[in-house]
Design a protein around this ligand. Structure first.
Ligand code: GLU
Length: 474
């Protein structure tokens, strides 16, 4: 018999952006399923109506798409399945696996208070567990609780945490359906995972205790439990819980910082998982190598410098045409991106495309890349930055006046011909090439650094180059 298909799911609560931990969870689920020919599903856990928003759902979907993580079928709304959740509770009631609890809020508060006074964790005392329903007070709407085992233990065999055991006496009868008829999160997760055919639950280890509760619900329902993998959370570089300062930002913030999605993916996959000492890996390699058993047990540390470095590697190894596309696709997310776009026309886009080989060597991220293209887009006369102004002293401007006719007479406007012409000029006038190249660079780009100067001349074209130089001649 062939093995059953692997089905994973990513189950975000749409109460904020897709944060970095969520993105990693999604990536792990995606890699595990896709690397094994399985499915990854997306479930939006929107039962908290007060905090769930459409904007958050859109941000999550956007973030996943940007990272290149796709899912099978439509995203499923947990809230829309409330009827099914209630139906399952009815079944549990009918089979004596759940019961109605009429404890009032005052009684529950009293129980908590008593536990606190005795130094115990707050725990429902099971007062309606075996009570005759005929004793039910008319005025109180009951909650429905699971009739959880009171003896023995509940255990899960977790792919990351190993075997984790809870004593049943420490777990009270959890609520399945609130007195207002709304299913609890704990119940909804179990019913949804079961109905969606999820075989592997991969999520943050902040859900480990929930796993015990959920295991009890599975057992009461007589359903097979999925495999579990609880991933340690991401910490800051100092080992403390990840804060905004450390990088606990939405995926959109990383996009706005100019990181490439492939680099981000590569960075995320190494947060808590490794394969030998491989650092830079293609999607194919990640899919082939990723496995739950190689996820570390200790918290991963977020490291901006590493991300920046990895991104630089991806910038350089991405083919020119793809990098150009990445700039176009991400432009509106970058600071000043939309304004920049509004100043572009076909000629300027074409200059950027042509200049890409020289530009990409110098940029560690798309913001730097964008910054380095500005000279291609700015209109004459260029404004010079401080260093460029300094280069263009009287002497340099004189040099420009002399080299201008040399360029005008160049037989062809390509890098080799222009270089030959300028070199010959340097020799006959006994100048070092640098004393010509730097003023040219300052005049053509308004800066002191740029791609190779002959490439710049070609990319800007004859007319624009000559005009920019003429603007700066003495
Ligand atoms: N909705 C939960 C969260 O965003 C995830 C629950 C789960 O994966 O089981 O933390």
């Amino acid at each position: 018999m062939s093995k059953p298909e692997i089905v994973t799911r990513f189950a975000p609560s749409p109460t904020g952006f897709l944060h970095i931990g969520g993105a990693r969870t999604a990536l792990f689920n995606w890699l595990y399923a896709r690397g094994r020919g399985g499915k990854m599903l997306l479930r939006i856990e929107d039962t908290d109506r007060a905090r769930s928003t459409d904007e958050a759902i859109a941000a999550i979907v956007d973030g996943l798409k940007w990272l290149g993580l796709d899912w099978d079928g439509e995203a499923i709304s947990q809230y829309a399945r409330a009827e099914r959740h209630r139906e399952v509770v009815e079944d549990l009631l009918a089979r004596g696996k759940a019961y109605r609890c009429y404890a009032t809020p005052e009684e529950l508060a009293e129980m908590r208070e008593k536990a606190r006074a005795e130094g115990r964790p707050p725990r429902y005392d099971g007062r309606w567990r075996d009570r005759d329903p005929s004793e039910a007070p008319q005025a109180v709407k009951p909650a429905i609780r699971l009739k959880a085992p009171t003896e023995g233990e509940t255990a899960i065999d977790d792919h990351v945490q190993g075997r984790v055991v809870w004593q049943n006496k420490d777990l009270d009868d959890l609520i399945l359906l609130r007195s207002d008829g709304n299913p609890t999160y704990m119940l909804a997760v179990v019913v949804d995972d079961h109905d969606m055919g999820v075989t592997h639950v991969i999520r943050g280890d902040d859900h480990l205790t929930n796993a015990a509760r959920q295991a009890q619900i599975y057992q009461a329902l007589g359903w097979a439990e999925p495999e579990m993998a609880h991933i340690p959370l991401i910490h800051g570089p100092d080992g403390a819980k990840l804060s905004k300062r450390h990088g606990a930002l939405g995926v959109d913030a990383y996009r706005a910082m100019g990181y490439l999605p492939q680099a981000m993916r590569n960075y995320l996959v190494r947060l808590g998982w490794s394969h030998g000492d491989a650092e830079v890996m293609s999607s194919e390699q990640m899919l082939e190598w990723f496995d739950l058993d190689a996820i570390g047990k200790s918290a991963a540390r977020f490291d901006f410098a590493k991300l920046e470095n990895l991104n630089g590697i991806y910038m350089r190894q991405t083919p020119d045409a793809d990098l150009y596309d990445a700039l176009i696709e991400n432009l509106d997310y970058l600071p000043d991106g939309p304004e920049f776009r509004s100043r572009l026309d076909a000629v300027k886009w074409d200059r950027i495309r042509q200049a890409m080989p020289g530009l990409k060597e110098r940029a560690k991220n798309l913001i730097e890349l964008l910054e380095s293209t500005k000279f291609l887009v700015d209109d004459r006369p260029l404004s010079l930055d401080q260093k460029a102004s300094k280069i263009l002293d009287d002497n340099a401007r004189k040099t420009l006046s002399e080299v201008l006719p040399v360029l005008e007479e160049a037989p062809q406007w390509d890098a080799a011909s222009l270089e030959a012409a300028v070199k010959a000029f340097a020799e006959t006038t006994d100048r070092k090439l640098g004393t010509i190249a730097q003023p040219l660079r300052a005049a053509l780009t308004g800066r002191a650094t740029s791609p190779g100067i002959f490439d710049v001349l070609v990319v800007l074209g004859r007319e624009e180059s000559l005009a920019r130089i003429a603007d700066q001649t003495a």
